[in-house]
Each structure stands twice: as structure tokens, then as C-alpha cells.
Design a protein around this ligand. Structure first.
Ligand code: SF4
Length: 242
């Protein structure tokens, strides 16, 4: 059978993972085009809004691995697959198996709207259901199924909710309560994904992070929880490729 081709829009790194359960991890990024959501504050809308269409290349797992090697040589041992929503790709197991065969760890983030059997082979899987400020609606039945299957197999996964306001915070609390026992992260949202002045953006991100820290510290419902910034936005602002 011919190898599957994947809609790759960016391959870059090594860099540090700026979000979620592997924050700080040295990693390469493979960003896939396409998303079933349209979040109002999406910081990677070029993966689905048509603006990045000319950059999409259909690559096989072997071609992706070869490009990772040609960019980074022997300086990496971890790859993050992002998007878009990479869970739209039913044959992604081909890439995961190839990377694992070379001793490379694989992390992946998805909003948790679609199950794929290859979720069970991801080393660090982040489920990031989107709060009300995104304008999207969570399908709790699907998310229940995903969390149930991962928990049953004792997989290394976590939940992460990006928080912009009080309503999002309530959503984070109810998500945490629904999946009590799953490692849980909240992350301060980036309200201006178009700002190009990195020092102005950093000020805004710091104050949003401070607000979120204060909310969580005062909360009786959010106790076993980690509060994260978007580290890469602190370092590189809204620039792509970091
Ligand atoms: Fe953007 Fe992620 Fe929302 Fe898709 S799920 S629109 S990639 S923020």
C-alpha cells in the first residue's frame, strides 16, 4: 500500500515547547494544516483559513522524517505534532511509528473533538477543549470517550484549558471537575495574536498571566492544577516558526 501523505504547513526547530504538559521540552515541530474548529482567537489560523494554502506540502512520514533530520541533524530527540487539528489525520500512526523507531518521542495537542486509535501511542498527549470565548462548543460525549479510552490504557495525557476571562475560568473549573484525576493545566490566553510589537505584547501577556494566577490561587475548586503562560509568546511574540 502506498504511504499516506500528510498536509504539512511548517517544520521547524529545535525550539522549546511553550505550552502544556511538556513546557520547556526541547522539540522539533511539525505543523499540519486543517482544523474542524474556527476559534475566534486562533493563533494558527493560517493552518485553516486559506492564507497559508500555498505553503501546504503533501508529505509522507519518511519525507517528514528526512526533513526533520536535514534541519536538525542529531540535535533533537523529540517531535511535537501540532496544527490545526492533527487528529483529522487517520494515518498519522505511520509518522509516529517511524519516529519511535528512531528513538524519538512524540507529543501532540488536539482539542479533543475526534478520536484516533493512534492517540494510544503518543508519548505526551494534550487534550485542549476550547472555552466559551473561542466561540466553539465542546462535544462532551466525544471528550468523555477520549478521556475514558486514554485513562483505561493508563496513557500519559493531560487536559489544558486556555483562559481569557471569568466565563472561561468557570468552564475550566467544570472541565477539571468532570475529569477529576486527569492532570490539569490552565493557560493564560493571548488576546492579540496580531500584535507585532513584542514588548507591548509581553506586557499584556504578563498582566493576563498575573490575573489568572490570582484567580486560581483564590479558588477552592482549582487546587491540583498548574497555571502556565504561553512561554513561546513571551520569548518570540506572535512570530511564526518558533
Ligand atoms: Fe485554532 Fe486550535 Fe481552535 Fe483549530 S482548535 S481553530 S487550531 S485554536
Amino acid at each position: 500500500m502506498a504511504p499516506s501523505k500528510f498536509p504539512v504547513i511548517e517544520i521547524f526547530g529545535p525550539t522549546v515547547q511553550g505550552e502544556g504538559m511538556v513546557i520547556g521540552q526541547k522539540t522539533m515541530f511539525v505543523r499540519m494544516a486543517g482544523c474542524d474548529y474556527r476559534c475566534s482567537w486562533c493563533d494558527s489560523a493560517f493552518t485553516w483559513d486559506g492564507s497559508g494554502k500555498a505553503e501546504i506540502r503533501m508529505l509522507s512520514a519518511a519525507e517528514i522524517a528526512a526533513e526533520l533530520d536535514s534541519i536538525a541533524g542529531d540535535t533533537y530527540s523529540h517531535v511535537t505534532v501540532s496544527g490545526g487539528n492533527p487528529a483529522l489525520l487517520p494515518h498519522l500512526n505511520e509518522l509516529i511509528e517511524l519516529l519511535h523507531g528512531s528513538g524519538i518521542g512524540v507529543a501532540l495537542e488536539t482539542q479533543g473533538s475526534i478520536w484516533q486509535d493512534w492517540f494510544l501511542h503518543i508519548d505526551e498527549l494534550t487534550l485542549s477543549p476550547k472555552p466559551p470565548s473561542s466561540g466553539m462548543k465542546t462535544d462532551w460525549d466525544v471528550l468523555d470517550t477520549i478521556v475514558g479510552k486514554l485513562s483505561a490504557q493508563e496513557r500519559n495525557f493531560s487536559l489544558k484549558v486556555v483562559v481569557f476571562d471569568e466565563t472561561d475560568l468557570q468552564y475550566a473549573i467544570s472541565t477539571h471537575q468532570r475529569y477529576n484525576g486527569v492532570p490539569f493545566y490552565v493557560q493564560a490566553g493571548n488576546e492579540d495574536v496580531k500584535e507585532q510589537d513584542t514588548s507591548l505584547l509581553l506586557q499584556a501577556l504578563l498582566s493576563k498571566y498575573m490575573w489568572l494566577v490570582e484567580q486560581v490561587m483564590a479558588s477552592a475548586e482549582l487546587t491540583r492544577i498548574r497555571v502556565l503562560p504561553q512561554l513561546h509568546a513571551w520569548l518570540w511574540g506572535n512570530k511564526r516558526g518558533f
